[in-house]
Design a protein around this ligand. Structure first.
Ligand code: AKG
Length: 262
């Protein structure tokens, strides 16, 4: 990706609340990641975590895989991919946390979940700024027919749930992208999963969810990650997962610098 393309992607993300970056993973890397996702799904089931959550999806054709970070080092690489981090930092600033990392494989026959924004799920209104963002890894082609995520254009400017129009579902548009792309989605953008109406085509997406450091992440990584993974995790990833003793001190330097001095 050239510097100019990166600038355009970030400008679109700011203006429209989303952008698609193609060819982040090669076809070989994408196919390998999809195989690893299915292996992670089997391992997650073996550990006793269901892949169908009735309160999330209307039927079991949506295969959910949680705690990707614990399941395979590949997902630890993807969550700290430099392009992902660049888009996250452009939206949230440098002080952010990894809030969650899950997959949703929409198999033929899967249907839409409820309309929501990811920021609304972690912080009460009003929403005056982007405090969360999803980096969505496309491990298959994504199109309307195979259940592309549907979004409500302009909804990242809503500050309250009351602004969501009654006819929102009839105004949704699909995020369409090729396998190997990432889709960056501002946490305020209202969206839902699409219905997969194909006969035999899976739609596999990874949702790497990041939030401002002053928000409590969706996952308590200290409890969710195995001791081995915690011990191996170093540097920025360790900080972004909140595995160190310090938490929520990011604004302190600015507050002290701006405060009146005695
Ligand atoms: O799978 C999708 O297209 C959307 C999933 C989603 O929005 C969610 O799990 O919160």
């Amino acid at each position: 990706m050239t510097e100019d393309e990166a600038r355009q992607a970030k400008a679109q993300l700011e203006d429209e609340g989303w952008c698609v970056v193609p060819d982040v993973l090669s076809p070989q890397a994408t196919a390998a990641a999809l195989d690893r996702l299915w292996a992670a799904s089997a391992e997650s089931t073996r550990r006793g975590t269901p892949t169908h959550i009735a309160s999330l999806d209307p039927n079991a054709q949506n295969v959910r895989v949680f705690n990707l970070i614990d399941l395979d080092p590949l997902f630890r690489e993807l969550v700290q991919h430099p392009l992902a981090v660049e888009l996250v930092a452009a939206t949230l600033g440098g002080d952010f946390m990894i809030s969650n990392f899950t997959a949703n494989i929409a198999r033929p026959g899967s249907r839409s979940m409820a309309l929501h924004s990811d920021q609304a799920i972690v912080v009460p209104e009003p929403w005056h700024a982007p405090w969360a963002i999803n980096i969505i890894w496309c491990l298959t082609d994504v199109r309307f027919e195979n259940g592309a995520t549907l979004f409500l254009p302009g909804s990242h400017r809503f500050t309250r749930q009351a602004e969501v129009p009654a006819d929102a579902l009839s105004r949704m548009r699909p995020f369409e992208a090729k396998a190997g792309s990432i889709i960056a989605m501002d946490g305020r953008l209202w969206h839902t999963s699409g219905a997969n109406v194909t006969a035999d085509e899976d739609r596999a997406l990874l949702f790497a969810y990041y939030s401002a450091a002053f928000l409590r992440p969706q996952v308590n990584w200290n409890a969710a990650l195995s001791e081995d993974v915690q011990a191996q995790t170093r540097g920025s990833l360790r900080h972004w997962l909140g595995l160190d003793a310090n938490a929520n001190l990011g604004l302190a330097p600015k507050v002290f610098a701006d405060a009146p001095k005695a």
